[in-house]
Write a protein that binds this ligand. Sequence first.
Ligand code: SF4
Length: 255
Amino acid sequence: MTLFDSIIFGPVHSRRLGVSLGINLLPTTVKICTFNCIYCECGWTETSDIKKAQFYPASEIRASLEKSLIYLNQQHIAIDSITFAGNGEPTIHPQFTEIIDDTIKLRDTYTPQSKISVLSNSTMLSKDTIVEALKKVNNIMKLDAGSERMFQLINKPKNSITLKEIVENLKKFKGKLIIQSMFVRGEMQGEIIDNTEETEIKAWLSHIQAINPAGVMIYSLDRRPPLAKLEKISEEELQLIADKVRQLNIKVNVY
Ligand code: SF4
């Protein structure tokens, strides 16, 4: 498992976002997240203690981004997206709303054709300031499970948040959001993990219908997950799930 060792990374070619310049708002030495997803590319979550974390200040993030955007312009490298991702959940940064406003200004100045995307795990949405900041950008929000049990098994939240709360909070966007859903199956400590199973899909679809997002991104494993006993779901199977989303008149893409 690898951690991002800088604030700005890339640009990289992203399956979902095209040419993407990444911003990591989390420390470079440790992953910090409110989830501990069994498929996380950064490995297991060692800490979710936000208070102890040493975050880069917003001013340093702004300066690093500006430097990268000036360099890319000089090199005539166009980017499709400035993307918040990295070593954990970006919205836990205490200055997240300020950072989003800074990024919008820098994007408008140096690369007005680019989107600003935030890949979020949807756990910080009880704070209205976070919801408002996310509404200003291309927000891509995680929803991997239909049932509470599967949510606990796949996302392994580090606090007491429930799937029900997450779904209620996602409705606050009034459709101005993209849902991202990872499908996997496997086994951990004797528990069967499978969010593609019929009753799970049915429950997940009912959440999708209630949230009514502008789009849904469906995908499976790309790299080796921390839990070796996880299986990648085939594209054919993902397409069958996508067909069910289309039946709800909601746009969907398989990656
Ligand atoms: S939410 Fe993202 S960063 Fe956090 S554990 Fe899950 S995959 Fe990893």
